[in-house]
Design a protein around this ligand. Sequence first.
Ligand code: GDP
Length: 173
Amino acid sequence: MSEEETLYKIILVGETAVGKSSILVRFTDNTFTPHFAPTLGVDFNVKTIRNKETGQTVKLQLWDTAGQERFKSITQTFYRGSHGVIVVYDITDSKSFDRCRNWIEDINNYSMGGMIMILVGNKSDLPSRKVTYEQGKALADELGIKFLETSAKDNVGVNAVFDTIVQDIQNII
Ligand code: GDP
């Protein structure tokens, strides 16, 4: 094992209010707030995780981007140099799901390739679902990326998202 600390830059993208900040805060602080405070531009958080099998520690630099179109130019510059992107939609909001194709196209256009992506359907705790698990899985399969559903509120699937993306990044590096 190298003494040098491994640092991975991971970005969360998706429409406003799908729960990107909530997923990040659940993962880094294990908390959840029900009120909505939109991210302006970008914000980042750092968390060190340890691989239970190898004992290796990996530092994650996690970037929370604003979904608003007016911040698109900021977001595009942040794709550069990143290892992974988490594309998030809200399972109760079909439009946020439809927009994932655009996010993934953007990433492919601006990232110069080699980036690991994962599709995440958040708010799985809500009964007012509009996007089925099968629809999410079908889109991810078509795009050749992994898929998970999460609830930042109930802490379901959030750690699995980060474990999966880190493992996939390690597999290509
Ligand atoms: P962002 O704009 O994508 O960063 O979205 P936020 O993280 O600010 O979340 C938008 C709203 O959705 C807030 O009111 C959150 O409390 C709520 N929210 C986020 N994740 C969940 C979740 O898993 N379940 C439920 N029920 N609400 C959530």
